[in-house]
Structures are given as C-alpha cells and as structure tokens.
Design a protein around this ligand. Sequence first.
Ligand SMILES: NC(=O)c1ccc[n+]([C@@H]2O[C@H](COP(=O)([O-])OP(=O)(O)OC[C@H]3O[C@@H](n4cnc5c(N)ncnc54)[C@H](O)[C@@H]3O)[C@@H](O)[C@H]2O)c1
Length: 406
Amino acid sequence: MTKQRLRFFEKSLGQRHITGTDKYLYKAPESTYRLVIIGTGTIGQEHMYVATLLGRARVHGIYDSQTQSMDVAEQNFKGYSDQSLVRYADLESACSDPDADALMICTPNHTHFDLLKVAMLSGKPIFLEKPMATTLEDAAAIVKANETYGSFIQIGLQYRYKAQYIEAFHEVQARASIGVIKTISMSEYRPPFLDKVGQWNKFNQNSGGTLVEKCCHYFDLINLMADSMPVRVYASGGQAVNFLEFAKDGVPADIDDHAFVIIDFENGVRANFTLNMFCHDFTEEMIVAGDKGRLVTKELFNIHQQQPSQATIALEKGEWGASKQTDVTYAREIEQSGHHGATYYEHIAFVDQLDGKACESATPVQGLWSMIVASAAQYSIKTEHAVDIRAFMLDNNLAEYLGKMD
Ligand SMILES: NC(=O)c1ccc[n+]([C@@H]2O[C@H](COP(=O)([O-])OP(=O)(O)OC[C@H]3O[C@@H](n4cnc5c(N)ncnc54)[C@H](O)[C@@H]3O)[C@@H](O)[C@H]2O)c1
C-alpha cells in the first residue's frame, strides 16, 4: 500500500526537529528512475518541478537547443532541489546517456517528430508532449513506430487527469449516474497564446494550427467521454482579435483565436466545443447530458485576482435521484504545481508505467485520434463544409485506424 504523505508538516518550520529515521509521514519516497528533460521551456520546467514534487523519479539531466532556457531551468531547479543536474551538449548525448531511465520530449510541436526518431534509438521509455506531431502523416508514422517499439511512448494529454474530469468519468462510466449519455458540450474561454521561445506558437506551420495545438486536449476528453468513433465534424472559426499585427521576420501570425466545433459520434452522441482566446481569465466547462441527468464541470482560474484555480462538479438528477454540487479542487500544493494538478497525476501514470503497471495515460493512438478530430475541424473551417471522418481518414491514409480508438 502507498504510504500517506503529510507535506504540510514535512515542510513546516516547527517540524524541523524531526530528522533521520524519525521521518516516516514526512519522508519523500526514494526516487527509482532518472529522467532526462529535452526542451526546458514552460512545460519542460513544469515537468522538472512536478517530478521533484512527486519524488518517485528524479530529474537527472536536461537538454535544450537554447542555452538561456537551460540556464533558467537549472537556476529555478536549484530553488527547490539540491540534486545535481547533467547538462547535455546535444540531443544524441541526452538520449543515449546510460545513466538515464526515461526521456521527456518537451520541445515545440514541429520538432517532436524528428526528435522522437532520435529518442527512439535509445530504446528507453518516452514521454512526448502533445500534440504528438503537427501533421496527421507524422502522427500516424509515430503510431506505426510505436507498434514495434520495445518500450512505451506516453503522450502528454494530461487534461484527462484534471480533478473535475476524473470525477465526471467516474460519475458517467462507473456510477452511470446520468444514464445513457446523449450530448457533450465543452468550452474554453482564455487569454491569448503566451509568448514562447522563437514565438513558434503564432504560426500554423509550427503548431499544427490552434485546434491541433491547444484543443487536442479537449478532443481527447470528448472522445473519451463519448466512448465512440467520431463520424462527422463541422467547424467555424478564425482569427478575430489576437496577433492581428504580429509578424516575425516579415511573416504575419496566422493562428485562429476562436472556433465552434460540432462532432457527431457513431453511437449517436453529439458533442460541441467552443474556443475563445481573447478573454482575460481562464474558464473551462464540460456539460454532459444523459437520459437520467446532467453533469456540469467547471474550472475557473482568475489570473488577474491571483486566485488559485477552483474545480467543481455538479450532478443534477431531478426526480431520478440525489443531486449534488462539489468542489473537487486538488490539494493546493499539487494544484499549484502545474495545470491545476493534472500534470502531477500524469507523472504518477508515467512512473506507474515505468514500474510496469497498467494506467490510463494517453496512448499514441489516442493522441492520433485527438489530432484527427482537430485536423478535420480545421479542414472544415477552411472548406466551410462538414467533414465525413471516414472519407477524411481514407484521404489521409488512415483507414487502418477506423474504429480503432486506443
Ligand atoms: N500538456 C500541456 O498542457 C502543455 C502545456 C504547454 C506546452 N505543451 C507542449 O509542450 C511543448 C513545448 O511548449 P512550451 O510551452 O514549453 O514552449 P517554450 O517555447 O516555452 O519551450 C520550448 C523549449 O524547447 C526548446 N527547443 C526548441 N527546439 C528545440 C530542439 N530542436 N531541441 C531542443 N530544444 C528545443 C526551446 O529553446 C525552448 O526552451 C509544445 O509541444 C507544447 O504544445 C503542453
């Protein structure tokens, strides 16, 4: 059984007299695995922090093509860890270090495919950030390569570990609280894409497009909740407000900042997704309705008031049974460690996989499906027509994945 951990007391000044073998509840687990982080920007540093907080694996080394990113990551790391870090001079040495047990690829989307090819030469377990690639062709090639890979590849679709969705899946699937689900309505209202190294995320060519880059998370969640194959996608969207005057080396930013997407599933479930990226704070919502009730999940993150995020879930059953409304925000230290705690539970899944245990982390096939929906939606925006997923997949040489969702 996993031992309970009381971090609050572990870190409090009044408990410093508890030392050595007296530490039991205050003791961090022994780190079994050594991780190498490739790309030490925003998310690479989040993974460094979360891995250290969890303690079951330690950050052994870092590599980034930009010295500044490695310097800052190392400096920040020293603020919460007294362990040493290996700094690699190139990708090959980062991937082939015999002292490292697993690799985490946290570089921009357009670099994933080429970096992954080098990383796979190591035969080590790999964590690959989302979206797995910028094109369906590369994503499918990753799925193929994974089929014969001696180890595993986990995709960074960690929103499935957000507290409100863990609870929603439990209500819908394990408890069947709302009966047979019929509709899913999901939305994200948020500020624009943040500044990035080289501003890679302002261009479709680097990111794969806004719906691929950001919304693959939501299409992954919707696919999991619908538990069926998408058959038709219609979308409308564009660039209304953000980065209209932004250009790099004379090339104007071309990323969409809002969209409406409708998805029909083979089992009759209908879903929609709304994106708006010119708001001041973050609001995420998923409403699932079945024939015996409605489930409403919300996540609010008010950055201007500098308030911690809050995740809630409400079950409304009318005369079908008991209704409830609950705050399901993760323990504060975990919630604040990144992406409202989801990254922490994603790390547990990664280390569980290293231990050889089964877990619910995102597979390359699920990563591909999140990209199929996103890419079909982007194609629909461009052509102004609904996209038949079967035909879309045949056109993109993806016939073998029809009906294969995980
Ligand atoms: N799972 C999530 O919720 C989540 C959140 C944020 C970002 N991401 C993903 O993580 C990736 C990185 O995003 P970010 O926000 O950290 O970007 P970032 O710009 O903050 O950091 C990227 C880092 O990668 C480095 N880099 C670029 N090319 C490289 C190469 N060829 N080799 C080594 N290093 C290289 C850059 O110098 C930079 O330090 C993207 O794929 C993004 O979609 C995922």
